[in-house]
Design a protein around this ligand. Structure first.
Ligand code: CU
Length: 364
């Protein structure tokens, strides 16, 4: 009996590892989808539904002005406080953010009412943690203490329509090309009025509105177009995508975030049907905050609308898996790890350190 079970198991395992059998069973390939950090790379066929769940972790560490790093001591002795003159505001910055961790959980759904359009909706939950050093009094480099702010909650909801401009390729084709146009809108559901406790240079612990990049939403309706070209040539794949976030109007707090323009390109290699590896480069430019929130005041760089945005280039390595048969058939798992190689920041501003995206996708 045990022997029978063993052989049954061995046959199941052999079947699992046999790519021809799997290919005949399910026409899914690991490189059907772009690296997991790329959104809106594909459309679906009429009647298909897809769910996705992504977890993204991003870390920032240290500060830069332009491309040069700058120490907290230098920031608090040389960078003017734009709020100097307001009651109690020192002439230079006195609080410095040193590290930031962001976790984002994105739940997405796609549905194709026809072959020529796929609808997409994505909601997200965001948690941010920012460590700060507070310097004592109005001058000098004596540190008074440290504190961490921790805004968290729902972010902006994104909706989009995707148009597959070249139709739908046969999934088994060795040579295939996809061109997908995205017309997207970001709905301002995320908060722009989050508050947290801080430590002031005088030792107070007030609860204040957290600065711009610590908020969870943009507060504006944003246009989010994208155009993606994706190709497969045998086991090799490549793609490019251009995308933007364009703010319309000004939010209720009196400002709008800078527009974002992003370009990315990747190559992939599929050693087997169920796995593909990818290398990607991503370039992004973001403007400064336009306008000002009168409730965001303080001797800290993040409270200054001019110290926002900049240019950044990241390199990312990824792996995509797809189940080809059995209980895991059609389930996709993507992992992508990235690190900036160039940052030119409107600073002083915290610099990106690394990011990780892990995502699951399944179409029905
Ligand atoms: Cu999809």
């Amino acid at each position: 009996m045990r022997t029978t079970t063993f052989f049954a198991g061995a046959i199941a395992l052999a079947t699992a590892l046999h790519p021809i059998t799997a290919a005949q069973a399910h026409d899914v390939y690991a490189d059907d989808h772009a690296p997991i950090g790329v959104m809106a790379d594909h459309a679906h066929k009429k009647g298909e539904i897809m769910f996705s769940l992504r977890a993204m972790h991003m870390e920032m560490e240290g500060n830069q002005i332009g491309t040069d790093s700058v120490t907290p001591d230098t920031i608090v002795t040389t960078i003017p406080n734009r709020f100097f003159g307001v009651l109690g505001q020192p002439p230079t910055l006195r609080i410095v953010p040193t590290e930031m961790r962001t976790d984002m959980y994105m739940l997405g759904a796609m549905y194709a009412p026809s072959d020529s359009v796929t609808l997409m909706v994505m909601g997200n939950y965001i948690e941010k943690e920012i460590d700060h050093i507070t310097y004592q009094g109005v001058i000098g480099t004596t540190q008074l203490g440290a504190f961490t702010t921790n805004p968290k909650g729902l972010g902006d909801v994104k909706v989009a329509a995707l148009f597959p401009l070249l139709g739908h390729p046969d999934p088994t084709d060795d040579v295939r090309d996809e061109l997908t146009l995205k017309a997207g809108i970001s709905i301002p559901t995320g908060s722009t009025t989050k508050t947290d406790d801080i430590l002031t240079p005088m030792g107070g612990n007030p609860t204040v509105r957290v600065p711009y990049m610590m908020q969870l939403g943009t507060g504006t309706w944003d246009l989010e177009p994208a155009l993606t070209y994706k190709a497969r040539r045998g086991e090799m794949g490549f793609g490019v995508q251009g995308s933007a976030s364009i703010r319309t109007g000004t939010n209720d707090e009196g400002y709008s975030f800078g527009d974002v323009y992003e370009g990315t390109a990747w190559v992939s290699y599929r050693p087997a049907q169920w796995v593909s590896l990818s290398g990607r480069v991503k370039a992004r430019t973001m403007g400064q905050v336009d306008g000002i929130d009168p409730f965001i005041v303080g001797p800290v760089q993040t409270a200054n609308p001019d110290f926002q945005g900049g240019d950044r280039v990241d390199l990312l390595a990824g792996v995509n898996f797809v189940g080809t048969h059995g209980a895991l058939a059609g389930h996709r798992l993507g992992i992508e790890l990235g690190k900036p190689v160039y940052q030119d920041l409107n600073g002083p501003q915290m610099a990106g350190d690394w990011m990780l995206t892990v995502g699951w996708q399944k179409a029905f």
